[in-house]
Design a binder for this molecule. Structure first.
Ligand code: ADP
Ligand code: MG
Length: 531
């Protein structure tokens, strides 16, 4: 039954680990807390119940950009979803509210501060809501790394409703303190708690310790040049994002800095351009990230150590949400720890100024120092990184983990320059078909076009094309003419005649810019198959 709806509305052919149990708990009427890693598929756990419930589902979500992406993706699947926030003009908001009241809309996304807005609060309290989902629920906890006071008011808005809906909270931040805070501060009633394995097998974890500033910059550049696809570089300060972005640009990388000191319109433009692949690398502070739903990020480089492992894992976890291989690289330097100690002391002073007692302030700072120590341990020790992460999050798998994950620098005995990313252009990683490729092919065979498939699956268009290339190269059936026009095919063949097809770069170089690598790969594969 659930599987049927999953297929019908979302076109997924199975649940990801943990999803089914969560959906079952919610649809059977239980309040729920779901802790699942970034990319684990939390959205589906509230979207599927939403299409099953008769009345409205409200999703409280912290960021406008995220809402729009999710609503677009749901509309692409013909699910009536909408959002209301400050970017919507009043007349349009009125239309959306009418759609909600008439029962036409199944899912409404709102930011927590919207619930309190004078124009919206009375509307909200009159709604007949079956289910309320709180996304990024760690924002309600001051132990979380991203506390937002507006989240504290969610419970009082729930109380104003005629009928209390089922309430579920979702987050990727899993420490026991945060989980307990979520339960009390949202006043969940006897919730079922799900802690889904935190491992992300497609992510590789690499650390280089004790780098000097210049070495760091050179290393960032080297990594970016050796990997293909989009990436994020996290820096600790605004100033450093500018310096690193400048350095990368000087060295021929298309990039942009991003931080909270920029004007909102500018930030939005940079974020959108990055999402649309107009440039490949974004150099950002932690202001960039939450709610950024770009699933084909191939690497996250930390040019500086974060203050806690949950912060690190949340940021690094933005890589590879599409399930494809991706890299998480931490470039550590000894001075990072001092930087964080300085932040903690400043925050301590701030808390005292705001009237917190010495004892309270000391307790909070104490937790922060402990976390910093665990982070430092991750960076400098020579233990399996993955096992350390699982242990930190008290993942049930941690105990039985062998300590050899074969996917971190320690287990791979990785040294600089020894591991070069194989981007598939030389064919070395071809020849096997993964489940994710099969999924793309299945949709393609159902006659969805590549743009639609990309949207539905939350993948980049080029990733989807690459799936089709993999499929075709491995011998699968594909009508090339539908993907590469006859004119483009003859242009590519002409280029191959000139420069051969040993390497794709030279072919690409003499062709018009619009002809992508993927198209070239399809044609070279066709030539090979014809031989
Ligand atoms: P999270 O919020 O946990 O970080 P998302 O909900 O954004 O993760 O999901 C990550 C990606 O996984 C999205 O592209 C989503 O479409 C995809 N996804 C989720 N569930 C499934 C499923 N059962 N089968 C295939 N893809 C899925
Ligand atoms: Mg999410």
């Amino acid at each position: 039954m659930l599987e049927k709806n999953l297929e019908k509305y979302f076109n997924f052919n199975g649940f990801r680990p943990g999803q089914k149990e969560i959906v079952e708990a919610i649809t059977s009427g239980r309040d729920t807390v779901a802790l699942m890693p970034t990319g684990g598929g939390k959205s589906l756990c509230y979207q599927l119940p939403a299409v099953i419930f008769e009345n409205l589902t409200v999703v409280v979500s912290p960021l406008i950009a995220l809402m729009k992406d999710q609503v677009d993706a749901m509309r692409a699947r013909n699910i009536p979803a909408t959002f209301i926030n400050s970017s919507i003009p009043p007349a349009e908001a009125g239309r959306r509210i009418a759609g909600i009241k008439s029962g036409e809309t199944k899912i409404l996304y709102v930011a927590p501060e919207r619930l309190a807005a004078p124009s919206f609060a009375p509307v909200f309290s009159g709604l007949n809501i079956d289910f309320l989902a709180v996304d990024e629920a760690h924002c309600v906890s001051q132990w979380g790394h991203d506390f937002r006071p507006d989240y504290l008011n969610i419970r009082s808005h729930i109380k104003l409703l005629k009928k209390r809906p089922i309430v579920a909270a979702f987050t990727a931040t899993a420490t026991p303190e945060v989980k307990d805070d979520i339960i009390t501060r949202l006043e969940l009633r006897d919730p079922e708690v799900f802690i889904r394995g935190f491992d992300r097998p497609n992510l590789k974890f690499l650390v280089q310790k004790d780098l000097k500033t210049k070495e760091r910059y050179a290393e960032i550049l080297r990594i970016i040049k050796s990997l293909s696809g989009s990436g994020v570089v996290y820096a600790l300060t605004r100033k450093e994002t500018e310096i690193i972005a400048g350095y990368l640009r000087e060295n021929g990388v298309k990039t942009s800095a991003y931080h909270a000191g920029m004007a909102p319109a500018m930030r939005e433009k940079i974020q959108n351009d990055f999402m649309e692949d107009k440039f490949r690398v974004i150099v950002a502070t932690i202001a960039f990230g939450m709610g950024v739903d770009k699933s084909d990020i191939r690497y996250v480089i930390h040019a500086g150590m974060p203050g806690s492992l949950e912060g690190y894992y949340q940021e690094a976890g933005r890589a590879g949400r599409d399930g494809e291989k991706a890299y998480c690289v931490l470039l550590h330097s000894k001075k990072d720890t001092n930087t964080h100690k300085f932040f903690i002391r400043m925050n301590d002073d701030e808390m005292r100024k705001q009237g917190k007692s010495w004892l309270e302030a000391r307790k909070i700072s104490g937790i922060k120092y402990d976390r910093l120590e665990r982070m430092e341990e991750y960076a400098v020790s020579r233990k399996c990184r993955r096992k350390m992460i699982l242990e930190y999050f008290s993942d049930p798998e941690a105990k039985s983990h062998s300590g050899n994950c074969k996917g971190c620098d320690v287990c791979l005995n990785w040294k600089r320059d020894t591991e070069k990313h194989k981007n598939g252009q030389n064919g070395t990683e071809r020849g096997f078909i993964t489940a994710t490729v099969k999924e793309t092919v299945r949709l393609y065979q159902q006659d969805y076009d590549i743009f639609r498939i990309a949207k539905m699956r939350g993948l980049g268009v080029s990733t989807v094309m690459n799936h089709l290339v993999d499929w075709y190269e491995a011998g699968g059936e594909l009508e090339i003419d539908n993907l590469v026009s006859p004119l483009e095919q003859s242009q590519i063949l002409e280029a191959i005649a000139k420069v051969g097809m040993q390497k794709l770069g030279p072919i690409k170089q003499i062709l018009p810019e619009e002809i992508s690598y993927e198209k070239i790969k399809l044609v070279t594969a066709k030539v090979r198959r014809g031989r």
